[in-house]
Write a new protein. Sequence first.
Length: 408
Amino acid sequence: MWARHPFELISNPSATRAAAYGPEQVEVLSAEGLARAKEIICAWPGYAPTPLVALPGIAQAAGVASVHYKDESERFGLKSFKPLGGAHAVARLLIRQIVATTGNDGITVHDLIDGKYKDICAGITVTAATDGNHGRSVAWGARMFGCRCVIFINEAVSQQREDAIAKFGATVRRNPGSYDDAVRTAQQTAQREGWHVIPDTSDGSIVEAPRDVTQGYALMAAEVIEQLPGDSPPTHIFLQAGVGGMAAATCAEFWQHFGVDRPTTILVEPETSACWFESLKAKEPVAIKGNLDSLMGGLSCGEVSRLAWTILKPGADAAMTIPDEAAADAMRLLAAGACGDAPLVAGESGVAGLAAFLAVSANDAARQKLALNLSSRVVLFGTEGATDPQAYADIVGRSEEEVADEQK
């Protein structure tokens, strides 16, 4: 079927399955916030919901009723779900700045796209730290709306990912240390220079922009809810965590929509950077130190986002850690069209949820712990495609173009 890889799995001791989506959570992510995000994002050229792909072959082999995979490999041509967050937060920031400058509170995203206030936008600089995809999203949004952009990357980010950010006109600065070090440098530089930080994480000192980022991500989950077949909600979702923004947005959207019938939510991380695993276990945010590097570079984060913590501390049911080779095998499995399913292109961080699901499906104790059985309906989020084409080809043994050709 597929290779078995070691993993760790814990239940979240703070999970409150019966709790309503409360005021604390609404303060972070809400139905009104999603409506605003949807209005902005759906106005962008090229917007369309990404596919929700059924994987019946994998479902049968894994012993569940169904598996659906949200394929984000071609979102806005940026090969990941990230434009929904970073570019959305850039738009929200610019609208607020234009309102403050002009006193006109009727500014819309169409005004930004049409360049109506291009002189004001040209005098604004946005910045962010990134492992690759978030910075690409912020840079893409800055180019679309006409403001300046400076992106900080850490020393482990590949040259191809750096080049992909720079091609949108951003200035890219490589920072010593980890992703978390780059986050701090971006914040310090912005404060000194009068720039505006668009982070995908929050330590509690900056709230508005990371909330806009996370709220944009919720549109991906909202699309899934509309795309799911039948009337029954999924029973399980496996979510790659990172700092937690995407996982929190997805958990929140399913929680608000399905209430107590929402799916069991499992957070997935590399074993080298398991900040959510350790934080949920400790019942408080725990910073991971040391070498955080992983093949799953977008998930190589040592500190949880405090905004995401508000949702995931009560909302996540379990957390898992997986080794790098599990992700590499999941990439190859999708590319090969395993079990008779259509081939799919997926990047290293984008397959973490799938890799975790495959590991659990082959382990009787884990299946029992998560109540995964023949009637389970599983949803996975393929959050990136081949964002580093050379790394993808090295891992899979074929280029993304060759795999895509097999889809036809």
